[in-house]
Structure formats: structure tokens, C-alpha cells
Design a protein around this ligand. Sequence first.
Ligand SMILES: [Zn+2]
Length: 78
Amino acid sequence: MRQYDEAVLEFLMCPLCRAPLVFLDKGKLQCTKCGHVYSVNGDGIIDMLSNSLVSSRDKQWMKWYDENAGQYYRLFQE
Ligand SMILES: [Zn+2]
């Protein structure tokens, strides 16, 4: 897992309440106001898309995209 420098926190804020974030152990970030915890995946990507912000319609679209995106990428490759 990629480790982030503390300096990255200067550029990030909680998407739910806009408060600053702090690092927890095991590659997670936590909001200093609402306490929401954001995970960092194995590729070092911070997941800041809270499930509470995603509508069921958006989840259907995201599922469709995950299943079909590879076909579109092949169209643009030569
Ligand atoms: Zn927050």
C-alpha cells in the first residue's frame, strides 16, 4: 500500500462536512468533525465516495460501467 505524506492532508477535506482529515493507522483517513473513516485501497487510492451519497440509480450505473467499460476501451485502441 502506498504511504501518503502528511502534506497531502492540506489538500483534502471531508466530502460530507468539509472538515480536515487525519491519518489513522492501516492507511485510513478520518474526518476530524463527523468522524467518517475513508479507506485507502491497495493501489493507494483514497475512497472518498461515501455510500450515503450514492443513490441507487447511481449504483446501477456504476455496476453497468464496471461490467462494460472494457468493451469501450477496446473500441479506441488500435
Ligand atoms: Zn466529515
